[in-house]
Design a protein around this ligand. Sequence first.
Ligand SMILES: [Zn+2]
Ligand SMILES: [Zn+2]
Length: 268
Amino acid sequence: MPGDPPELPAKDLLTLIPEYAGLARQTTLLNPEPGDPGVRESSLGGRPLWPAGEPWPYCAQEDHWTYGSDPRNTTEIVPGAVPMVPILQLFARDVPELEFPEGKDLLQLVWCALIHERDPRLVMPRLYWRNEADVVAGGLLPEIPGVSEGEYDEDNMPEPSTLSPTIAEDFPRWLDLPKDMWETWEPRFRSRTGGLTVPPDSNVIATKTGGWPAWTQPADWPNCASGHRMEHLLTITGDIQLGDCGGVYFFHCHRCPGLPWDWRFDCH
Ligand SMILES: [Zn+2]
Ligand SMILES: [Zn+2]
């Protein structure tokens, strides 16, 4: 009928474009809940199982200020490196779908909770693969240095949380589809939705491992130094505020020795 509004977009890409189902991948949603995770439990923002023989990492960006190493000093701040903060610790037993490097069963992630105004890169993360039994046998670092209040950007600090991983099916963001798919799908969208309106996709926006990145901006997959497109390792989003950023995304290359990794973030 003339004057009718254009047909509403389909609620589900799967009904509109059945081939979308072929892109399903398994993801593990980490489902963090504020709590008191133990050092030998998977956690977001919990105390990590850290080897005694390895110094805690610091961020030495030149615009950082700190109260220094003297705990009696709570007033005078000086330029200096600040301790990184624990972000994520995952034991292989909790994320069975995640492929660990041979001999490793513990993944740890730390980053800097300060703003890096002179460096556009957000949180300067570091990623570690370890063997739980080796760490325990060698003893634990007795103290993880904390960042003092006022030293960090609250948005980049997770509340200590336990994890309750669950498996789910995950699909790519609309903007993450291969170009040839877009070229064949786009006319079908156009004819079935009465315009170019893109229906909601079935990507799970959550802190998760595997599956597809939960980009909030156009996809930006990294390549390793040998030119391989890396695989999505994990997404951190929502459970930490991250200022006006959507998420932090980690990738790795299984085809290269040493499992090179990289990361991306997206901001509005
Ligand atoms: Zn920093
Ligand atoms: Zn590679």
